[in-house]
Design a protein around this ligand. Structure first.
Ligand code: ADP
Ligand code: MG
Length: 282
């Protein structure tokens, strides 16, 4: 009897492996013991196991999609302080987190000064899309353009374009930090027009629309790019000064009020954030 049971168990485990049901494999004995103790019938036992498998499978594929999206850092909406950025409509962000814009192939544009939370929001929304089962890829725009230029004459170019075509959501972060070359601007335009009405885009930029010609070079290309991007899109403006600068300033203020004599080591913003303030003022 015992050897028969052992033999069935070995066979069962083999079949579960072959069928790729790792959670059922890991949990079946434990859940069986519990089911016996609770007097649960066979169908309920099977249901419990399959529910566990399904939950784990969803978790594993969300993790895979998050990894494939290649976010430079993971950010969430929970950690975004909406009070510090009143120009950002919290309700709109909550609606976007439901990802219906992706089903409708709509775009999201985030415009604002450096340090105002554009990449944070873009990453958090895109991570939400990964959780919901959409295929996502995050690029800093200059990196994508450089990769496309380098791959232009090779087979990798077509492979990259094919990968982009399979996405549900493409994030182009920091469009406008560096002016693109003529070829770069054309390649970027090609990505944006290929995505048009097929793949949703989240684009972040520190430049207002009227300055996009500086990045894309020609009026014609800028007009055509904006035409595609802004046809059916939500525009989010992150107005105000850099969050880190604001954070550093309020820490300095707090230090001064709690200890009026404390001037020895006030928190200093990083040099790039000092530049931020200059840019916000301009
Ligand atoms: P941007 O892309 O607009 O230059 P980031 O999104 O990179 O700005 O924000 C800079 C840093 O400040 C990041 O670490 C980000 O998480 C944080 N940050 C910005 N805005 C907020 C906010 N409203 N609440 C919490 N953290 C924020
Ligand atoms: Mg950014």
């Amino acid at each position: 009897m015992k050897t028969l049971e052992t033999k069935s168990l070995v066979l069962l485990k083999h079949h579960l492996k072959a069928l790729r049901l790792p959670t059922v494999l890991a949990e079946c004995e434990k859940v069986a013991a519990q089911a016996a103790a609770d007097n649960v019938d066979h169908l309920a036992y099977l249901l419990q196991l399959l529910e566990l498998e399904l939950l784990d499978r969803e978790k594993r594929s969300a993790e895979r999609r998050l990894k494939a999206a290649r976010f430079p850092t993971i950010k969430t909406l929970d950690t975004f302080d909406f009070n510090a950025r009143p120009s950002v409509n919290k309700m709109l962000i909550a609606t976007l987190a439901r990802c219906e814009y992706i089903d409708k192939r709509e775009n999201v544009l985030m415009i604002g000064n450096p340090g105002t939370g554009k990449s944070h929001l873009a990453t958090a929304l895109a991570a939400q899309a990964c959780q919901k089962g959409y295929r996502v890829r995050f690029f800093r725009t200059t990196e994508l353009v450089t990769t496309l230029i380098e791959a232009r004459d090779e087979r990798t170019f077509l492979r990259l374009k094919a990968q982009l075509a399979k996405l549900d959501l493409l994030v182009l972060d920091e469009l406008g930090y560096v002016p693109a070359s003529k070829v770069g601007a054309e390649l970027l335009f090609d990505v944006i027009s290929t995505a048009y009405e097929r793949t949703s885009l989240i684009v972040t930029s520190n430049l207002p629309f009227e300055s996009w010609t500086e990045v894309l070079g020609s009026e014609r290309l800028t007009g055509a790019t904006l035409d595609r991007l802004t046809h059916r899109c939500q525009i989010i403006e992150t107005k105000g000064e850099s969050y880190r600068l604001h954070d550093a300033k309020s820490r300095t203020r707090r230090a001064k009020t709690t200890d009026p004599g404390a001037t020895a080591n006030p928190p200093q913003p990083a040099s790039s954030e000092v530049v931020d303030e200059g840019q916000s003022a301009s």
